[in-house]
Design a binder for this molecule. Structure first.
Ligand SMILES: NC(=O)C1=CN([C@@H]2O[C@H](COP(=O)(O)OP(=O)(O)OC[C@H]3O[C@@H](n4cnc5c(N)ncnc54)[C@H](OP(=O)(O)O)[C@@H]3O)[C@@H](O)[C@H]2O)C=CC1
Ligand SMILES: O=C(O)[C@@H]1CCC=N1
Length: 268
């Protein structure tokens, strides 16, 4: 891609995306500009990915065609205010923040500017990210494709309507956290049965990854895949009974409802 990509904020999500872009070689690392308030953070990002760094977000905006704003929602508006005079009608502003609607960003930088709202997730770091994208009226389909190719460089992505972003946060943006909790709990049980901690993480993570791949690749309903594991009178059905008794599915649904509700509140 013949574009320069900038990141304002170099935290967990930005680093996962930078790592994914660099590994995929979508653009050379000298075409990635990154800012953060913390020089130590920037030194680490530079040592790991060899990208250009600055403590001044204005440097990043000036030097980049596509600017990904990756700071937390509480400082988001201040950051946009501090760079808005540098945003012309050619630059593309990409937001990854929960609760920052296209309208709220247009209110700050102007409704004549090019804005793409996205929701990625941290598996971007290992090229298994899942992202959603939507655009404002000033972004052409070609420009949306260009931004999508950034997100596709570290995983998969889909274009959605903006009112789906809250659901995307529940099922994808925040979801790695629930899956890590599940893996941790599985590993704890294996350790309790005498397995070493590293081996327990390996078994548990591979089981989760393989199961996810079966859902994506077999075309079978998850319930059917579950039934294929449950031998009559066997071990798995005992575990399934306990998970139902303890309300696993209900807990997941309730947790995601709260996650989505929080996202909706943050949009206001
Ligand atoms: N984490 C995730 O899995 C996902 C996060 N997101 C979104 O990504 C955004 C960032 O979240 P996350 O990466 O978790 O947060 P982090 O706190 O890890 O990252 C934010 C980074 O921005 C830095 N920062 C703060 N103010 C400025 C500024 N004025 N100029 C430059 N850098 C600044 C912070 O520095 P300092 O720490 O010193 O304040 C920090 O390094 C959020 O808006 C979130 O909604 C979206 C999808 C998934
Ligand atoms: O927890 C959050 O608010 C962000 C958004 C999605 C994942 N992390």
């Amino acid at each position: 891609m013949n574009k320069t990509i900038g990141f304002i904020g170099s935290g967990n999500m930005a680093k996962a995306m930078i790592g994914g872009i660099v590994k995929s070689k979508l653009v050379p690392s000298n075409k990635i500009n990154v800012s953060d308030l913390n020089q130590d953070t920037l030194n680490k990002v530079n040592a790991e990915f060899n990208v250009n760094t600055s403590t001044d977000s204005r440097d990043v905006v000036e030097k980049s065609d596509i600017v990904i704003v990756a700071v937390k929602p509480n400082v988001y508006d201040l950051v946009l205010e501090s760079v808005k005079d540098l945003i012309d009608n050619n630059k593309i502003i990409v937001t990854i923040a929960a609760g920052k609607t296209i309208a709220s960003i247009e209110n700050i930088i102007g409704n004549d500017k090019k804005i793409v709202r996205t929701m990625p997730n941290t598996p971007a770091l290992v090229n298994e990210g899942m992202s959603a994208l939507c655009k404002n009226k000033n972004i052409s389909n070609d420009e949306l494709d260009t931004v999508k190719s950034i997100f596709d460089s570290f995983g998969k992505s889909e274009v959605v309507s903006e009112n789906m972003i809250d659901a995307v946060i529940g099922v994808s943006g925040s979801a790695p956290a629930y899956v890590f909790m599940f893996i941790e709990a599985m590993a704890d049980a294996a350790v309790s049965a005498g397995m070493s901690r590293p081996q327990a993480y390996k078994f548990a993570s591979q089981a989760v990854m393989g199961s996810a791949k079966m859902v994506l690749e077999s075309g079978k309903h998850p319930g059917e895949l579950k039934d294929m594991v449950c031998s009559p009178g066997g071990t798995t059905i005992e575990a399934v009974k306990t998970l139902e008794e303890k309300g696993l599915r209900n807990a997941v649904i309730k947790a995601m409802e709260n996650c989505i509700k929080k996202s909706q509140e943050m949009n206001k």
